[in-house]
Design a binder for this molecule. Structure first.
Ligand code: HSE
Length: 409
């Protein structure tokens, strides 16, 4: 018998409880032992809910019970999750979590403790919710050097951008609609400012490049400045705008960024719409491989958590080797991050044909060769630059009244 304790009976915790109970014989057969939820920890009471039979309010009951084999942490936030997971591992219990804040900040340390205690620390659900991405990255793509990861890793922002694109609605209207439907939090900052995606790409970059990538070092830009006018241009060039988390290696240097990017139809991420997530991995031998599915929600996320529980049971007695050292990996700066740019420049007061022509000449003089986008909106011109580093772009941009600029993937 394998006894599981779930810390937190919220959206994901209730999903984990339901999956372990509803699919019990299937899960137990796959794990090779009967899996049972012995405790659920939550401060709240849930009168009438089947969880009542196993609900506890005191974490010590779980930590002091030697019969608990696996602790599932689905509370979110760094504390007290960190203290509880550390304590679980130190008392010889495996731990599985969906908590990206915890993993991004303390993943390397918790993996080391798991190794010392001969147990496992798994976190499949911390990136991409129900999408298998962590295990494929560390167990399947072991041959390849990972050249680049590009991911749509936040469902809320992908929903907002999709609605802006498809319905021509502005950001504030769509955000309110997303909040009314429960897709966006009442305080949406972590999603719309890119902080959530930042933790997720920090985890993937740490795993792909085997050293600690601190999320604080990742340049992060949200989607609040994207307008419907930007999307009008995208329709003209057969592209979309997606909030991407990117990690890549160029000439031995690691770069990472979260920002809105222009994504052309040829990129498989172009078709990832609504609340879906997808992660595109480029291996030096394999080429491109994409992982697609539901990046949030109770059952999809819980499905990934329970798959970790099954894995932890199968590996009882030894620790899976996960290469993520706590040595810090220095990142290349945003100034050196090189991409083409989509740019809209104001023509200013004199928008007659001659002034527009003169402005276009100046653009080519300053930015080098660009592709102008036909059918500009009144009072502006729009174009795509060649590849420029962040500092080259900023220097060139000083010469113009820039309405908007979005990097091109
Ligand atoms: N707020 C996140 C999202 C939930 O919208 O994708 C999953 O981490």
């Amino acid at each position: 018998m394998i006894n599981v304790a779930i810390l937190g009976y919220g959206t994901v915790g209730s999903g984990v409880f339901k999956i372990i109970n509803d699919n019990n014989s299937h899960i137990s057969r796959r794990a090779g032992d009967e899996v049972k939820v012995k405790y659920v920890l939550d401060l709240r009471d849930f009168p009438g809910d089947p969880v009542e039979d196993v609900l506890v309010h005191d974490v010590d009951i779980i930590m002091n019970d030697d019969d608990v084999d696996v602790v599932v942490e689905v509370m979110g936030g760094v504390e007290p999750a960190y203290t509880f997971v550390k304590r679980a591992l130190e008392s010889g219990k495996s731990a599985c979590t969906s908590n990206k804040e915890l993993v991004a900040k303390h993943g390397a340390e918790l993996l080391t403790i798991a190794q010392e205690k001969n147990v496992n620390f798994f976190f499949e659900a911390s990136v991409g919710g129900g999408i298998p991405i962590i295990r494929p990255l560390i167990e399947c793509l072991t041959v390849d050097h990972i050249e680049e990861i590009q991911g749509i890793m936040n469902g809320t922002t992908n929903y907002i951008l999709t609605k802006m694109e498809d319905e021509g609605a502005d950001f504030d209207t769509v955000l309110k609609d997303a909040q009314d439907k429960g897709y966006a939090e009442r305080n949406p900052e972590a999603d719309i400012e890119g902080y959530d995606a930042c933790r997720k790409i920090a985890i993937l970059a740490s795993l792909a490049y085997e050293k600690q990538v601190d999320f604080e070092d990742i340049y992060t830009e949200g989607i609040t400045k994207i307008t419907t006018a930007d999307f009008d241009y995208m329709k003209k060039i057969g592209a979309s705008i997606k909030l991407l988390g990117i990690a890549k290696k160029v000439d031995g240097k690691t770069y990472s960024m979260v920002a809105p990017f222009v994504v052309y139809q040829e990129n498989p991420l172009y078709n990832v719409k609504d609340v879906f997530n997808a992660i595109l991995v480029k291996g030096d031998m394999l080429g491109d491989v994409m992982f697609y599915g539901k990046g949030a929600g109770s059952l999809p996320t819980a499905s990934a958590v329970v798959s970790d529980v099954v894995d932890a049971v199968k590996r009882q007695g030894y620790t899976a080797k996960i290469y993520w050292s706590d040595t810090k990996r220095e990142l290349g700066g945003v100034d050196a991050f090189t991409t083409p740019y989509f740019v809209r420049v104001s023509v200013g007061d004199s928008s007659d044909e001659a002034s527009v022509k003169a402005l276009k000449s100046k653009v080519e003089e300053v930015f080098g060769q660009v592709d102008f986008i036909d059918g500009e909106k009144s009072g502006e011109i729009a174009f795509i630059t060649k590849e420029l580093s962040g500092s080259e772009f900023d220097k060139a941009a000083e010469n113009f009244d820039i309405i908007s600029r979005i990097r091109v993937s």
